[in-house]
Design a protein around this ligand. Structure first.
Ligand code: UD1
Ligand code: CA
Length: 436
């Protein structure tokens, strides 16, 4: 089939320089969600209709399997689909989706495609308690006869609670026949895609309907408030999936997954954690409250947080502890090692059974270049230590608290760099001078 995604609308009510369909849900542009769903349907051709400011959309999301049709000016949804026609295969049906309706599910579209059965016009409709603003599905003797837009509807039609979601499947050859003949003599002076319903009925073509499993699937985004509402629904859906697979969430309303979160068995996640990119939590991992984890692997039975940050390239082994106010970046930390308090571990290779003391910093950056720190197995690093990379701490070494390590530390010995403690005899504190 062909898929047309309408994305030419300006989205004025977002009050943003960013084109509406690039606003993210779960860290991903709304239009990317729709594209991912479209790709699940194994579409032959996917055509995005873009408009004002849309070059940015095209630059951000272009891919080999996409065709782009520019609609300038925007004269309505019927006019929009017409711009896509030259890109479509006339011999297979066309599915029309909206770039600002991001949560539509592939299963629902599959059902709509099945009711269209290759030859009928199929509309996705929904019953709404508050149908205001939507096109209404007008039926006669139970059969769909046309769609009337809110602004063109009479009082009786406004009472209809079955509304048009805008999503539909149509035979492409019929679209090619109907669209050039659409008029714009209506309340909005637009070429309405919805007018094709009456044309289909007039030709004796069957008009079928299907409904989504949940109303949020067909909710559109026109404002920041609607964007936030769909974000919460989407996050709740992700939380439900995680729990179904056995993850324990302290509160499914307080987790944010902005990418792919892969969990083993008996994983526990406390409140207010953010997961970005691809994150793996292996069996028995425990993520305490207020952690931010981005493109990282947390090994089995490891404990993270509260208040820890794992940045891209972090790979932790088994039973690793990363405690409060510890940041790890582009580093591996092997089994049974611990950095429990206030540390920065960046560009480091840390062995097994290492203890990284409170306040330890890997100085990985000289202002121009980054260097690695190697900490071998069984090292003990005293508190408030700086490791000026590139530097290696040998197996079993101990670094005294407060050390600034600028050369390699030999294995199994104590290395320390600080002045000896002295007590100054007879020293007294300064006292405030009297002013006269
Ligand atoms: C449309 C439907 C209405 C339906 C509602 C669902 C028509 C005439 N009406 O109304 O029956 O209940 O959607 O939300 O189709 N777009 C373009 N180019 C244009 C106009 C719109 O690409 O020239 C895109 C917009 O970016 C948007 C979508 O089409 O993604 C719908 O446009 P919108 O203006 O929101 O349609 P409505 O008037 O709300
Ligand atoms: Ca709309």
């Amino acid at each position: 089939m062909n898929i047309v995604i309408l994305a030419a609308g300006q989205g004025k009510r977002m009050h943003s320089d960013l084109p509406k369909v690039l606003h993210p849900i779960a860290g991903k542009p709304m239009l990317s969600h729709v594209l991912d769903t479209a790709r699940k349907l194994a579409a032959g051709r996917i055509c995005v209709v873009y408009g004002h400011g849309g070059e940015r959309v095209r630059e951000a999301l272009d891919a080999a399997d996409l065709a782009w049709a520019r609609q300038e000016p925007q004269l309505g949804t019927g006019h929009a689909v017409m711009q896509a026609l030259p890109h479509l295969d006339p011999d297979v049906p066309t599915v029309v989706l909206y770039g600002d309706v991001p949560l539509i599910r592939a299963e629902t579209l599959d059902r709509l495609i099945r009711v269209s059965d290759g030859g009928a016009l199929a509309l996705l409709t929904v019953q709404l308690a508050e149908p205001r603003g939507y096109g209404r599905i007008v039926r006669a003797d139970g059969r769909v006869v046309r769609i009337v837009e809110e602004k063109d509807a009479d009082d009786a039609e406004r009472e209809i609670d079955e509304v048009n979601t805008g999503i539909l499947v149509a035979p492409t050859s019929a679209l090619a026949r109907w669209l050039p003949g659409l008029g714009n003599r209506n309340a909005q002076g637009e070429y309405y895609l919805t007018d094709i319903v009456a044309l289909a009925v007039g030709e004796g073509m069957a008009v079928e309907v299907a409904q989504p499993a949940a109303a949020w699937e067909v909710e559109g985004v026109n404002s920041k408030a609607q964007l936030a509402a769909l974000e919460r629904i989407h996050q709740r859906n992700i939380a439900n999936e995680l729990m179904e697979r056995g993850v324990t969430l302290a509160d499914p309303a307080r987790i944010d997954v902005r990418g792919e979160l892969v969990c083993g068995k008996d994983v526990f996640i406390d409140v207010n954690c953010v997961f970005e990119g691809r994150v793996e939590l292996r069996d028995g991992a425990r993520i305490n409250a207020h952690c931010v984890i981005h493109d990282a692997v947390v090994g089995p039975r490891s404990i993270i947080g509260p208040f820890a940050r794992l940045r891209p390239g972090t790979v932790l082994g088994e039973d690793v502890h990363v405690g409060n106010f510890v940041e790890v970046k582009n580093s591996t930390i092997a089994d049974h090692s611990k950095a429990n308090h206030l540390a920065y571990v960046g560009d480091a290779t840390v062995g097994s059974r290492v203890n990284v003391g409170a306040g330890t910093i890997t100085c990985n950056y000289d202002g121009a270049n980054k260097f690695r720190t190697v900490i071998e197995d069984d090292v003990f690093i005293g508190s408030d230590t700086q490791l000026v990379a590139p530097v290696t701490v040998g197996r079993g070494a101990t670094l005294g608290a407060g050390t600034t390590l600028t050369r390699d530390a030999p294995p199994d010995q104590l290395t320390i760099s600080r002045t000896r403690q002295t007590t100054v005899p007879g020293w007294t504190r300064p006292v405030k001078k009297k002013k006269d």
